[in-house]
Ligand binder design. Structure first.
Ligand SMILES: Cc1ncc(COP(=O)(O)O)c(C=O)c1O
Length: 409
């Protein structure tokens, strides 16, 4: 077998993966139409409003509220639920910081809970054990696009009369039992930041079925206004979270590709399950039976380092990158971020909560630690490649495994 590319050998990858983001003359036309319309903002334009309707319909939801980004989508939901100081919101410890910082933005306490060591998503038993009289909501994250126990989580939330928000930043096109995500709780939030599976560089959307909640969320996203009312009347707390027409126009076109691209990511990921599953010490993220489509913001797999001569995960990643296989970093556990480890987060809380014990911080988080430090992530755009691209990912890992004694030298 050839030398590792890391040590001067030929790369396993023979051709580049497709570049991201995808675009063609449809995006160009959409942008020009905004330019020529003289309506560049949400207020008078039609493109963002049309995108909201189309995205919501594509997810089986009644309403869509486009907004500035996925973090703000969560903040708007928290504000519209009236969550604030003294309240608790359950979030996974294994996620991007926004899932927790959106809770802190309101002055409420994010309660960090461990995730499943197989799917890296919240599981019902851990969540149930974390519910207290102060709990107002659960935010679940479909990690990497994977949907797990979503109906059980919705039933749990309903039993306790608390809200369930789905953070779908990774899950464009993902489905549970044939239904697209985002509609199992009070709201589903999405991000359209550059790395996401649909993008306008930045952007976000909330999908909602409940009319009252939609009205409150729409108001919160537009400075506390109410549709149809005087422009300078503001009925409650809100800020300017509106999405521009440029982004709405681009996203309308990106949405046209969602079905085909998410089906392709799902299919290529199953091929990787077979190719990588054959290798010693590699365990792909579990696809739960009910997850009929995983939109795969990333392809995540666990690495048993003993099967790689004890090399560190980051050494395997460096070798993979040298072979021409892109990766993206996993998330550190939230409780280890400086914001939580140094108690900076307490500055956002009301006096009683700020002085609390927050015992949950000291729990062991085995699922989170496994996801954070022992997994490798292949980004979504690589899953838009062809069969040869998937085979080369498998071959690169095989080569690195065979020569793993040379890593770190
Ligand atoms: C799980 C999760 N939630 C929320 C967000 C926030 O989205 P945005 O970057 O659009 O603010 C992200 C973005 O990376 C994310 O990965």
């Amino acid at each position: 077998m050839a030398q590792l590319a890391l040590h001067g050998g030929p790369t396993t990858k023979s051709k580049p993966f497709p570049a991201w983001p995808h675009y063609d003359e449809r995006e160009e036309r959409a942008l020009l139409s905004v330019l020529h319309s003289h309506n560049w903002w949400r207020g008078a334009g039609q493109q963002t409003a049309q995108f909201e309707r189309d995205f919501a319909a594509a997810h089986g939801a009644k309403h869509g509220i486009a907004c500035t980004n996925g973090t703000h989508a969560l903040e708007i939901c928290i504000a519209a639920l009236g969550i604030g100081q003294g309240d608790e919101v359950i979030v996974p410890n294994f996620t991007f910081v926004a899932t927790a910082s959106a809770v802190l933005s309101s002055g409420a306490l994010p309660v960090l809970v461990d995730v499943s060591p197989k799917t890296y998503c919240l599981n019902v038993s851990e969540v149930e054990a974390a519910i207290t009289p102060q709990t107002r909501a659960i935010i679940t994250v479909h990690m990497g696009g994977c949907v797990d126990q979503i109906e059980e989580l919705a039933a749990l939330a309903a039993r306790h009369d608390i809200a369930l928000i789905e953070d779908c930043a990774h899950a464009h096109g993902s489905e549970w039992q044939g239904r697209r995500v985002g509609v199992f709780g009070i709201a589903g939030t999405f991000s359209f930041q550059q790395s996401k599976s649909m993008t306008a560089g930045e952007g976000g959307i909330i999908i909602i079925n409940d009319d009252d909640f939609e009205c409150r969320a729409r108001s919160a996203h537009d400075c506390g206004r109410l549709p149809g009312e005087y422009f300078y009347e503001h009925f409650g707390y809100g800020s300017n979270y509106r999405l521009s027409e440029w982004q709405g126009a681009i996203l309308g076109v990106q949405l046209e590709r969602l079905e085909e691209q998410s089906a392709q990511r799902h299919q290529n990921a199953r091929l990787l399950d077979d190719l990588l599953g054959e290798l010693d010490g590699i365990t792909p993220q579990t696809l739960p039976e009910g997850c009929t489509r995983d939109g795969h913001y990333a392809y995540i797999f666990h690495v048993e380092t003993s099967a790689f001569a004890g090399a560190e995960v980051k050494e395997i990643i460096t070798a993979l990158n040298a072979e021409g296989i892109p990766t993206q970093d996993s998330y550190p556990p939230l409780h280890r971020l400086a914001m939580f480890a140094t108690d900076a987060y307490r500055q956002r809380l009301g006096p009683q909560q700020a002085d609390g014990n927050h015992e949950f911080m000291n729990a062991p988080f085995p699922g989170t630690e496994r996801g954070a430090y022992e997994t490798i992530w292949i980004p979504q755009y690589a899953l838009l490649g062809d069969t040869q691209d998937m085979e080369e990912i498998g071959l690169a890992l095989q080569k690195i495994q065979r020569r793993s004694a040379e890593l770190g030298k």
